[in-house]
Design a protein around this ligand. Structure first.
Ligand SMILES: [Mn+2]
Length: 262
């Protein structure tokens, strides 16, 4: 058997998904996530006894990633998103925070900062057996999570941070692809707060896919011709936003309060 090229492993195709509610960075803001899912008309998805989606039924939600870190109800958030994905009700792309959490789950040396310390603290409050059980489920879940999802016949694409037309060309390595898709382009300079200086790529992006992304916090949905940023910074006191594709209407639930400050 020939090993799958990373492009096939990391870019999932759900071309027959023509409509979905695409949800921005949740970061453990479970209260707002429940309210958003309910407002979108999917309250039954919150029922943990909900059966798996029957064959042929399309997932209704797509998460742009960054499920974990910084928020106050991270365990419940990741448990819900995992259940919905496993049962065919939702899809998720990996965010940079989810990737670091996966590295921690694997026992790698990861710095406990940028909100990962909250994730670990909340998981460690679980009884040991439950914690071990969750770890066993979550490692393969994040391991197999795509770094981008193509949908709507290839017209739409969901990625955590950024995309460009040549990102899958032959000379791009898996590591380069991961850094671009999960962290986005950077200038190489540092900002005053020590974080990398990011490039505002979306206004310059010319397609062909319409890209829905998170990662970069905007005060309101960041609508560009070929892309939209939907991280409105719930965990920082902003709002949790969903894009209703293909109508392109957005629905935002105001944050119940900042859980994290830089
Ligand atoms: Mn984020």
């Amino acid at each position: 058997m020939v090993a799958l090229d990373f492009r096939e492993r990391r870019v999932h195709r759900h071309l027959s998904v023509r409509s979905a509610d695409i949800i921005g960075d949740v970061h453990g803001c479970y209260d707002e996530l429940q309210e958003l899912i309910t407002t979108l008309g999917h309250a039954e998805l919150l029922d943990s006894d909900l059966p798996a989606a029957p064959v042929g039924m399309k997932p209704r939600l797509i998460f742009v990633g960054d499920i974990v870190d910084r928020g106050d109800r991270i365990v419940e958030t990741v448990t819900l998103v995992h259940r919905l994905c496993r049962n065919g009700h939702a899809l998720m792309v990996m965010g940079n925070h989810d990737y670091r959490f996966l590295r921690w789950l694997h026992g790698r040396d990861v710095e406990l900062k940028h909100g990962l310390e909250q994730t670990i603290q909340q998981f460690q409050q679980l009884p040991t057996a439950e914690f071990e059980g969750k770890k066993k489920e979550l490692i393969p879940f994040f391991e197999e999570a795509p770094w981008a999802i193509r949908f709507d016949g290839g017209k739409g694409l969901v990625v955590h941070a950024a995309w460009h037309a040549e990102l899958l060309s032959d000379d791009i390595t898996e590591e380069h692809f991961r850094r671009y898709a999960l962290h986005g382009p950077v200038t190489g300079r540092k900002r005053q707060d020590g974080l990398p200086d990011r490039v505002d790529w979306a206004p310059k992006y010319r397609g062909p896919e319409f890209v829905v992304f998170g990662h970069q916090v905007y005060p309101s949905p960041y609508r560009q011709q070929h892309a939209i940023g939907i991280d409105t910074g719930c965990v920082f006191g902003g709002a949790l936003t969903a894009l209703r594709y293909p109508t392109m209407e957005t629905v935002s639930i105001p944050s119940k309060g900042a859980r994290y400050r830089h």
